[in-house]
Design a protein around this ligand. Structure first.
Ligand code: FAD
Length: 395
């Protein structure tokens, strides 16, 4: 039996941050992971450049049943603290859009920083160790059985992530441990994920794959995101779609404004008046990708005629089509391509300051295994750093 003060399940973003913090406090820390490398999701994130935080991160950027839950950890270890850490390690990075920070070279740089911190803090890393079982003995110690070893510890930190990307070692072990110790789970589903479309919609948009349009997308509950949408072979993706997917529920439609900066009805009246000989198709082609306009004309959403022949009714219909385009996805691409898992360990079961389970002393849940889900844009890693740091101060 290997004896440690702290065992952390999961060498991802949250687990590595927590391990270093706890180690710096003089705790004997083991971090166990079933993978053959640490930080596998960090390595593939942000197209290999890891969008490691967002300059504007604040509690409003997170979905959680208790909206106050993230406030404490995000304020005690904010994006500015993580930026200070990477600056100290000399990381080269750049600002992209909307406050997103990316590595200049490679996501490996972030993993290297975390591993350097873990090394300095004396953390022992056990890779290729799949956690199979957790028990608590009569003295209150946690006994963790992996495919290779048995560990005992006073503090057990579950940082095993969600269900996304099963190929990268996602397992439900964290949820099983939570259930075993009587903690409530909120239903899980794939989020930050592309939509799939019904066959009739797929047929309408065949040939548009690869086209993107700057749009304002609105969900049923009124949540809005202004970013690109992207047509794919299966349906719709792009940052605006990934964002809204976290707010979408099966059966609902999303409304897409394809020309959010334009008063479309006014513009069409102007065209009718001043550019009447030109076809609607050519005029719209100046504002939207031509292939997309062709698709709207082919399925009769927009009439193919000179602008001066448009009736008032047709102008209203075209304006509605372009500013409140209703798309009813038939589902999402699921955990296979999703960036995060919505739902998980109920935040009401955890201390927002320490992430300790209220029902089990010495048992902690951090990162994506909890029900907290950030928007797209570096917010999910920031929550992993913040929750990992906060837990590392006490575990
Ligand atoms: P994870 O990083 O998932 O780590 C959990 C670890 O637990 C894994 O290493 C896993 O092997 C291990 N584990 C699981 N079960 C067991 C078991 N039974 N035994 C042992 N070990 C186990 N977020 C951003 O903020 N910015 C981005 O740019 C970004 N890009 C992304 C791109 C992709 C393709 C994906 C899938 C996600 C992206 N995310 C991004 C989300 C981000 O990766 C996650 O929010 C974050 O990794 C969660 O960290 P975590 O430490 O909680 O869990």
């Amino acid at each position: 039996m290997l004896q440690f003060d702290v065992v952390i399940i999961g060498a991802g973003a949250a687990g590595l941050m927590c391990a270093a913090q706890s180690g710096y406090r003089g705790r004997k820390v083991a971090i166990v992971d079933m993978g053959k490398k640490v930080g596998r999701k960090i390595l593939i994130s942000g197209g290999g450049r890891c969008n490691f935080t967002n300059e504007n991160a604040s509690p409003e950027n997170y979905l959680c049943a208790n909206p106050h839950f993230v406030k404490s950890s995000l304020s005690r270890y904010s994006q500015h603290d993580f930026i200070e850490l990477v600056d100290r390690h000399g990381l080269n990075y750049h600002h992209k859009t909307l406050g997103q920070l990316f590595c200049d070279n490679s996501a490996q740089d972030i993993v290297d920083i975390l591993m350097t911190e873990c090394e300095w803090a004396g953390v022992e890393v056990f890779l290729r160790n799949e956690v199979l079982n957790v028990e608590r003995d009569e003295q209150g110690l946690y006994i963790v059985t992996t495919s290779e070893h048995t560990f005992s510890c006073t503090s057990l930190v579950v940082a095993s992530g969600g269900l996304t990307m099963p190929k990268l070692g996602a397992t439900p072990i964290g949820y099983k441990i939570a259930e075993q110790f009587g903690l409530n789970l909120l239903p899980t589903t794939a989020a930050l994920v592309p939509f799939t479309l019904h066959d009739h919609d797929k047929a309408r948009f065949e040939g548009l794959s690869g086209i993107s349009v700057d749009s304002l997308v609105t969900s049923d509950d009124g949540t809005q995101f202004r970013e690109n949408i992207l047509f794919t072979h299966r349906g719709l993706s792009g940052p605006a779609i990934l964002q809204i997917s976290s707010f979408w529920r099966a059966g609902q439609a999303v409304s897409i404004n394809l020309l959010p900066d334009t008063n479309v009805a006014e513009l069409l009246h102007d065209w009718r008046q001043n550019q009447g000989q030109k076809s609607v198709k050519n005029l719209l082609g100046q504002l939207l990708p031509k292939r997309f306009v062709d698709a709207l004309i082919n399925d009769n959403s927009v009439p193919d005629k000179p602008a001066n022949q448009l009736t008032h009714g047709e102008i209203d219909t075209i304006a509605a089509t372009l500013t409140a385009w209703q798309i009813k996805p038939n589902g999402t691409e699921g955990y296979r391509t999703a960036e995060v898992t919505l739902g998980g360990v109920d935040s009401d079961e955890l201390s927002s300051k320490t992430f300790e389970a209220k029902k089990a002393k010495g048992l902690y849940f951090i990162g994506e295994v909890t029900e907290v889900t950030g928007w797209l844009g570096g917010y999910n890693f920031q929550y992993a750093w913040s929750s990992g740091w906060a837990c590392g101060q006490v575990c």
